[in-house]
Design a protein around this ligand. Structure first.
Ligand code: ATP
Length: 364
């Protein structure tokens, strides 16, 4: 087991800066997820930690030791890839034990480790099969087994579940999380899927254009996004963004849209915010709900809404309405609305709203 410390890391491909100055401190045993849109540099960062790419600048320390000059196999890390990379002519046991055999480990010890890993992953019955005789999920388990038997200091996962169908992905996600709880080894996991990031991570590192946009515990990023980029990336359906102006008054602050003025609850500190500043009000669907009580709760505001679009999911329905010309999505209970055009009252929980400067798109 080991911690990972990355200081001032750059990776250039020719003149192109794929990773542009990353500082990252990962504790021993932590599950870190690198997430971000396609091309943001997350795989490059992971591959540089693995030693499959050479850093252009900066240092990578594993367990307190600078490993920049170490070959991949001397870094004592195990990587699991999206495409499994299994040997087609070897059976499952052969695939899982291959790395140990190459290291000349005694056969009885290899057999023991292969069996332990197979048990952990529930694939003991598959040990004699060949990769072509396995489903995608089973192949991915074999690839993970191959990493486990090496007892590496760090596990690196590069989009390991993206080739699987949705149901299997959910199942494997649970297994990887369980595996981490069981072996408590440092894991760094790359995905572009925000749900995977939210559910797996102790810490999310959200990347954008080769740098870290924000990092922290999943709920910290979700509840206190530093920018519209983070707010829009995490959460499904997405946060609605409403353009408005900040109104600072003796009796409290408000965001004014075209006509509607929405009071900001007292106690909410707005840093460096000026009267008249152009802002974006960020509302997550779950904080926009159907009005139920006689009056709105403290910190909530109530409006009439004409529902334009309903998207039922079974357990709840997402309904879109227009607030001063901007579409806003509300999360309603399944039977709250039945048809487009229906008028209902909705409550907006302003205690949970985000407010961003419209120009810089940073949170206020
Ligand atoms: P994805 O989710 O699509 O895999 P990513 O965030 O993992 O994206 P990277 O694969 O790290 O992104 O790529 C980051 C940038 O570096 C991209 O613009 C990509 O085109 C570029 N890049 C990656 N590998 C190379 C390479 N070998 N040569 C040149 N450019 C590269």
């Amino acid at each position: 087991m080991a911690n990972v410390k990355i200081i001032g890391l750059h990776k250039k491909y020719g003149a192109f800066d794929a990773v542009r100055g990353i500082d990252l401190d990962i504790s021993d045993g932590e599950f870190t997820v690198l997430v971000g849109p396609s091309g943001c540099g997350k795989s490059t960062l992971l591959r540089t930690i693995a030693g499959l790419e050479e850093a252009s600048d900066g240092t990578i320390e594993i367990g307190g030791e600078v490993v920049n000059e170490f070959r991949p196999r001397d870094r004592d890390v195990a990587m699991v890839f999206q495409d499994y990379a299994l040997y087609p002519h070897m059976n499952v046991a052969g695939n899982i034990g291959f790395g140990l055999k190459a290291r000349k480990m005694p056969k009885h010890e290899i057999d023991q480790r292969v069996m332990d890993a197979a048990r952990m992953l529930g694939i003991t019955k598959l040990l004699d099969r060949y990769p072509r005789q396995l489903s995608g999920g089973q192949r991915q388990r074999v690839a993970i087994g191959r990493a486990i038997v090496r007892s590496p200091r760090i596990f690196l996962f590069d989009e390991p579940l993206s080739n699987l169908d949705a149901q299997l992905r959910d199942e494997m996600r649970g297994e990887i999380k369980r595996l981490h709880q069981q072996i408590a080894t440092t894991m760094i996991y790359v995905t572009h899927d925000q749900i995977e990031a939210m559910t797996l991570a102790d810490r999310i590192v959200l990347m954008r254009d080769g740098i870290i946009e924000q990092q922290g515990a999943p709920l910290d990023l979700f509840e206190r996004p530093a920018s519209t980029f983070v707010a829009g990336f995490l959460g499904s359906p997405k946060m609605s963004f409403l353009p408005g102006k900040l109104l600072r008054g003796e009796n409290g602050d408000a965001v004014t849209l075209k006509q509607t003025s929405i009071p900001i609850p007292a106690g909410r500190t707005l840093i460096d915010a000026e009267d008249g500043q152009a802002v974006l009000l960020g509302l997550r669907p779950e904080h926009v709900t159907r009005a139920r009580d006689a009056g709105p709760e403290a910190g909530h505001v109530r409006y009439d809404a004409t529902i334009a679009l309903i998207q039922p999911t079974g357990s709840r329905s997402y309904a879109t309405f227009s607030l001063d010309g901007t579409p806003v999505m509300a999360e309603l209970q399944a039977h709250d609305v039945s048809r487009p055009g229906e008028q209902i009252q909705i409550d907006i929980n302003m205690k949970r709203a985000s407010i961003f400067d419209r120009e810089s798109e940073r949170a206020l």
